[in-house]
Design a protein around this ligand. Structure first.
Ligand code: LP5
Ligand code: MN
Length: 248
Protein backbone atom coordinates (compact mmCIF):
# COMPACT_ATOMS: atom_id res chain seq x y z
CA UNK A 1 0.00 0.00 0.00
CA UNK A 2 1.34 3.45 -0.86
CA UNK A 3 1.70 5.70 2.17
CA UNK A 4 -1.06 8.12 3.12
CA UNK A 5 0.47 11.18 4.79
CA UNK A 6 -1.51 14.00 6.38
CA UNK A 7 -0.56 17.65 6.97
CA UNK A 8 -2.36 20.23 9.12
CA UNK A 9 -1.51 23.63 10.59
CA UNK A 10 -3.05 26.72 12.19
CA UNK A 11 -5.59 25.05 14.44
CA UNK A 12 -5.00 27.80 17.00
CA UNK A 13 -6.40 25.61 19.78
CA UNK A 14 -7.68 27.60 22.72
CA UNK A 15 -10.07 27.12 25.61
CA UNK A 16 -12.68 29.46 24.14
CA UNK A 17 -13.03 27.36 20.94
CA UNK A 18 -14.17 23.88 22.06
CA UNK A 19 -15.51 23.34 18.52
CA UNK A 20 -11.95 23.35 17.15
CA UNK A 21 -10.68 21.07 19.94
CA UNK A 22 -13.56 18.63 19.40
CA UNK A 23 -13.06 18.61 15.65
CA UNK A 24 -9.37 17.94 16.09
CA UNK A 25 -10.03 15.05 18.51
CA UNK A 26 -12.49 13.63 15.95
CA UNK A 27 -9.92 14.09 13.17
CA UNK A 28 -7.36 12.14 15.22
CA UNK A 29 -9.86 9.38 16.00
CA UNK A 30 -10.90 9.02 12.36
CA UNK A 31 -7.35 8.93 11.07
CA UNK A 32 -5.77 6.74 13.73
CA UNK A 33 -4.39 3.59 12.13
CA UNK A 34 -5.25 4.75 8.61
CA UNK A 35 -2.38 7.05 7.76
CA UNK A 36 1.34 6.54 7.83
CA UNK A 37 2.29 9.91 9.37
CA UNK A 38 0.77 13.19 10.53
CA UNK A 39 2.68 16.45 10.19
CA UNK A 40 1.57 19.52 12.17
CA UNK A 41 3.07 22.59 10.50
CA UNK A 42 2.85 25.10 13.34
CA UNK A 43 0.28 27.13 15.27
CA UNK A 44 -1.32 24.07 16.80
CA UNK A 45 -2.05 26.38 19.75
CA UNK A 46 -3.29 29.96 19.74
CA UNK A 47 -0.53 31.02 22.13
CA UNK A 48 2.23 29.13 23.95
CA UNK A 49 4.09 30.79 26.80
CA UNK A 50 6.10 27.81 28.05
CA UNK A 51 5.83 24.08 28.72
CA UNK A 52 5.29 24.78 32.43
CA UNK A 53 2.10 26.74 31.71
CA UNK A 54 -0.08 23.86 30.56
CA UNK A 55 -3.63 23.35 31.77
CA UNK A 56 -6.54 21.03 30.95
CA UNK A 57 -6.63 21.74 27.20
CA UNK A 58 -2.92 21.17 26.62
CA UNK A 59 -2.99 17.99 28.72
CA UNK A 60 -6.01 16.66 26.80
CA UNK A 61 -4.25 17.35 23.49
CA UNK A 62 -1.06 15.67 24.71
CA UNK A 63 -2.99 12.55 25.72
CA UNK A 64 -4.84 12.44 22.41
CA UNK A 65 -1.68 12.89 20.35
CA UNK A 66 0.14 10.28 22.39
CA UNK A 67 -2.74 7.88 21.85
CA UNK A 68 -2.71 8.59 18.09
CA UNK A 69 1.03 7.96 17.97
CA UNK A 70 0.67 4.33 19.09
CA UNK A 71 1.05 3.20 15.50
CA UNK A 72 1.61 6.41 13.59
CA UNK A 73 4.56 8.78 13.78
CA UNK A 74 3.76 12.41 14.54
CA UNK A 75 5.82 15.46 13.61
CA UNK A 76 5.56 19.09 14.64
CA UNK A 77 7.30 22.24 13.48
CA UNK A 78 6.95 25.60 15.22
CA UNK A 79 4.58 28.39 14.18
CA UNK A 80 4.67 32.05 15.12
CA UNK A 81 2.28 31.45 18.03
CA UNK A 82 3.75 28.29 19.53
CA UNK A 83 7.48 28.66 18.84
CA UNK A 84 8.13 28.22 22.58
CA UNK A 85 6.96 24.59 22.63
CA UNK A 86 9.88 22.47 23.74
CA UNK A 87 10.58 18.79 24.38
CA UNK A 88 9.12 18.77 27.90
CA UNK A 89 5.71 19.06 26.24
CA UNK A 90 6.31 17.20 22.98
CA UNK A 91 7.71 14.21 24.87
CA UNK A 92 4.35 13.87 26.63
CA UNK A 93 2.64 13.95 23.20
CA UNK A 94 5.11 11.49 21.70
CA UNK A 95 5.56 13.93 18.83
CA UNK A 96 8.87 14.66 17.11
CA UNK A 97 9.92 18.27 16.67
CA UNK A 98 11.28 18.90 13.18
CA UNK A 99 13.00 22.02 11.87
CA UNK A 100 10.94 24.69 10.17
CA UNK A 101 11.93 24.00 6.53
CA UNK A 102 11.97 20.22 6.71
CA UNK A 103 12.55 18.15 3.59
CA UNK A 104 10.29 15.12 3.47
CA UNK A 105 11.83 12.46 1.27
CA UNK A 106 9.25 10.24 -0.41
CA UNK A 107 9.90 7.34 -2.72
CA UNK A 108 9.93 9.43 -5.89
CA UNK A 109 10.12 13.03 -4.76
CA UNK A 110 10.96 15.51 -2.03
CA UNK A 111 8.48 17.89 -0.41
CA UNK A 112 9.47 20.93 1.63
CA UNK A 113 7.46 21.56 4.79
CA UNK A 114 7.42 24.91 6.56
CA UNK A 115 5.14 27.08 8.69
CA UNK A 116 5.15 29.80 6.03
CA UNK A 117 5.91 32.96 8.00
CA UNK A 118 9.46 33.05 6.62
CA UNK A 119 7.98 33.56 3.14
CA UNK A 120 6.32 36.84 4.17
CA UNK A 121 9.47 38.83 3.49
CA UNK A 122 7.59 42.08 2.74
CA UNK A 123 6.40 42.11 6.35
CA UNK A 124 9.53 43.77 7.72
CA UNK A 125 8.07 44.53 11.16
CA UNK A 126 7.06 40.92 11.59
CA UNK A 127 10.45 39.59 10.41
CA UNK A 128 12.16 41.86 12.95
CA UNK A 129 9.87 40.59 15.70
CA UNK A 130 10.56 37.02 14.55
CA UNK A 131 14.33 37.44 14.69
CA UNK A 132 14.02 38.77 18.24
CA UNK A 133 11.77 36.05 19.64
CA UNK A 134 13.55 33.15 17.93
CA UNK A 135 16.80 34.09 19.65
CA UNK A 136 17.74 31.48 22.28
CA UNK A 137 18.97 34.07 24.80
CA UNK A 138 15.71 36.06 24.45
CA UNK A 139 13.68 32.88 24.85
CA UNK A 140 15.54 31.70 27.95
CA UNK A 141 15.09 35.10 29.53
CA UNK A 142 11.39 35.17 28.63
CA UNK A 143 10.88 31.65 30.00
CA UNK A 144 12.53 32.63 33.29
CA UNK A 145 9.70 35.09 33.99
CA UNK A 146 6.67 34.08 36.04
CA UNK A 147 3.65 32.61 34.24
CA UNK A 148 1.65 35.71 35.11
CA UNK A 149 4.31 38.03 33.63
CA UNK A 150 4.52 35.89 30.47
CA UNK A 151 0.73 35.90 30.15
CA UNK A 152 0.64 39.70 30.18
CA UNK A 153 3.46 39.92 27.61
CA UNK A 154 1.63 37.47 25.36
CA UNK A 155 -1.69 39.35 25.74
CA UNK A 156 0.03 42.61 24.91
CA UNK A 157 1.81 41.05 21.90
CA UNK A 158 -1.50 39.68 20.60
CA UNK A 159 -3.14 43.09 20.94
CA UNK A 160 -0.28 44.81 19.16
CA UNK A 161 -0.32 42.17 16.44
CA UNK A 162 -4.07 42.51 15.92
CA UNK A 163 -3.75 46.29 15.67
CA UNK A 164 -0.84 45.97 13.22
CA UNK A 165 -2.45 43.34 10.96
CA UNK A 166 -5.71 45.35 10.80
CA UNK A 167 -3.93 48.11 8.89
CA UNK A 168 -1.27 46.16 6.94
CA UNK A 169 -1.83 45.77 3.20
CA UNK A 170 -2.95 42.28 2.20
CA UNK A 171 0.07 41.60 -0.04
CA UNK A 172 2.46 42.36 2.84
CA UNK A 173 0.95 39.51 4.86
CA UNK A 174 1.13 37.02 1.99
CA UNK A 175 4.06 34.96 0.71
CA UNK A 176 6.45 36.97 -1.44
CA UNK A 177 6.72 35.54 -4.99
CA UNK A 178 10.47 35.86 -5.07
CA UNK A 179 10.90 34.14 -1.71
CA UNK A 180 8.74 31.28 -3.02
CA UNK A 181 10.77 31.00 -6.22
CA UNK A 182 14.07 30.98 -4.31
CA UNK A 183 12.80 28.25 -2.04
CA UNK A 184 11.98 25.96 -4.97
CA UNK A 185 15.32 26.67 -6.64
CA UNK A 186 17.55 26.47 -3.57
CA UNK A 187 16.00 23.21 -2.39
CA UNK A 188 15.78 21.76 -5.86
CA UNK A 189 12.25 20.45 -5.49
CA UNK A 190 8.80 20.98 -6.97
CA UNK A 191 6.39 20.80 -4.03
CA UNK A 192 6.05 22.79 -0.85
CA UNK A 193 3.38 22.72 1.85
CA UNK A 194 2.87 25.48 4.38
CA UNK A 195 0.25 27.34 6.40
CA UNK A 196 0.35 30.65 8.30
CA UNK A 197 -1.18 33.01 5.72
CA UNK A 198 -4.71 31.64 6.19
CA UNK A 199 -5.13 31.66 2.41
CA UNK A 200 -5.82 28.00 1.64
CA UNK A 201 -5.05 27.16 -1.99
CA UNK A 202 -3.20 24.90 -4.37
CA UNK A 203 -0.96 27.10 -6.49
CA UNK A 204 0.21 25.49 -9.73
CA UNK A 205 3.32 27.40 -10.70
CA UNK A 206 5.89 27.59 -13.43
CA UNK A 207 9.26 28.41 -11.92
CA UNK A 208 11.95 29.89 -14.11
CA UNK A 209 15.42 28.70 -13.13
CA UNK A 210 18.48 30.96 -13.39
CA UNK A 211 19.44 29.23 -16.69
CA UNK A 212 15.96 30.17 -18.03
CA UNK A 213 14.70 26.58 -18.01
CA UNK A 214 11.24 26.13 -16.53
CA UNK A 215 9.85 23.69 -14.01
CA UNK A 216 6.28 22.96 -12.98
CA UNK A 217 5.81 23.32 -9.25
CA UNK A 218 3.07 23.23 -6.65
CA UNK A 219 2.65 25.31 -3.49
CA UNK A 220 -0.05 23.97 -1.22
CA UNK A 221 -1.26 26.41 1.43
CA UNK A 222 -3.16 24.94 4.37
CA UNK A 223 -6.07 26.85 5.87
CA UNK A 224 -6.61 27.85 9.49
CA UNK A 225 -9.25 25.90 11.37
CA UNK A 226 -12.13 28.27 11.97
CA UNK A 227 -15.44 27.46 10.27
CA UNK A 228 -13.73 24.62 8.38
CA UNK A 229 -10.89 22.30 9.20
CA UNK A 230 -8.18 21.85 6.56
CA UNK A 231 -5.68 19.12 5.78
CA UNK A 232 -3.43 18.23 2.90
CA UNK A 233 -2.99 14.61 2.01
CA UNK A 234 -0.58 12.56 -0.04
CA UNK A 235 -2.31 9.45 -1.26
CA UNK A 236 -1.36 7.21 -4.17
CA UNK A 237 1.42 9.69 -4.92
CA UNK A 238 -1.06 12.60 -5.33
CA UNK A 239 -1.08 15.73 -3.18
CA UNK A 240 -4.47 17.29 -2.41
CA UNK A 241 -5.97 19.96 -0.16
CA UNK A 242 -9.18 19.09 1.68
CA UNK A 243 -11.61 20.78 4.03
CA UNK A 244 -14.54 19.78 6.22
CA UNK A 245 -17.07 21.62 8.37
CA UNK A 246 -16.10 21.82 12.03
CA UNK A 247 -18.32 19.91 14.42
CA UNK A 248 -19.72 21.58 17.60
O1 LP5 B 1 -0.42 36.13 14.82
P1 LP5 B 1 -1.19 36.91 13.83
O2 LP5 B 1 -1.89 36.03 12.85
O3 LP5 B 1 -2.12 37.92 14.48
O4 LP5 B 1 -0.16 37.80 13.03
C1 LP5 B 1 1.08 37.27 12.62
C2 LP5 B 1 2.17 38.21 13.06
N1 LP5 B 1 2.12 38.46 14.50
C3 LP5 B 1 2.77 37.69 15.36
C4 LP5 B 1 2.72 38.09 16.81
C5 LP5 B 1 1.91 37.07 17.57
O5 LP5 B 1 0.53 37.11 17.22
C6 LP5 B 1 2.03 37.38 19.06
C7 LP5 B 1 1.67 36.19 19.89
C8 LP5 B 1 2.83 35.29 20.10
C9 LP5 B 1 2.53 34.33 21.23
C10 LP5 B 1 3.80 33.85 21.87
C11 LP5 B 1 3.85 34.26 23.25
C12 LP5 B 1 5.21 34.51 23.77
C13 LP5 B 1 5.90 35.70 23.18
C14 LP5 B 1 5.52 37.05 23.78
C15 LP5 B 1 6.20 38.13 22.99
C16 LP5 B 1 6.51 39.38 23.76
O6 LP5 B 1 3.39 36.68 15.04
C17 LP5 B 1 2.01 39.53 12.35
C18 LP5 B 1 2.04 39.29 10.86
C19 LP5 B 1 0.92 38.32 10.49
O7 LP5 B 1 1.09 37.11 11.21
C20 LP5 B 1 0.90 37.98 9.01
O8 LP5 B 1 2.07 37.31 8.63
O9 LP5 B 1 1.86 40.53 10.20
O10 LP5 B 1 3.14 40.32 12.69
C21 LP5 B 1 2.95 41.40 13.47
O11 LP5 B 1 1.85 41.83 13.71
C22 LP5 B 1 4.20 42.02 13.96
C23 LP5 B 1 3.99 43.49 14.27
O12 LP5 B 1 4.00 44.17 13.05
C24 LP5 B 1 4.98 43.97 15.28
C25 LP5 B 1 5.15 43.11 16.53
C26 LP5 B 1 4.00 43.19 17.52
C27 LP5 B 1 4.35 42.49 18.80
C28 LP5 B 1 5.12 43.37 19.73
C29 LP5 B 1 5.42 42.66 21.00
C30 LP5 B 1 5.80 43.61 22.05
C31 LP5 B 1 5.84 42.93 23.38
C32 LP5 B 1 4.96 43.58 24.38
C33 LP5 B 1 5.63 43.73 25.67
C34 LP5 B 1 4.96 44.70 26.57
MN1 MN C 1 1.21 31.42 11.87
Amino acid sequence: MSPRILFISDLHLEKSRPDITNSFLKFLKENKNCCSALYILGDLFEVWIGDDATSELEILIAESLSNFSDNTPLYFLHGNRDFLIREDYTDTCNINIIKDHHTLQLENEKILLLHGDTLCTDDRDYQQFRTLVRDKVWQDEFLSKTISERTSYATSAREKSQAATAVKKEYIMDANDNAVRELFINHNLTKIIHGHTHRPAVHDLTIKRNDNSKIKAQRVVLGDWDKFGWYAEIKDGKLSLNSFKLSD
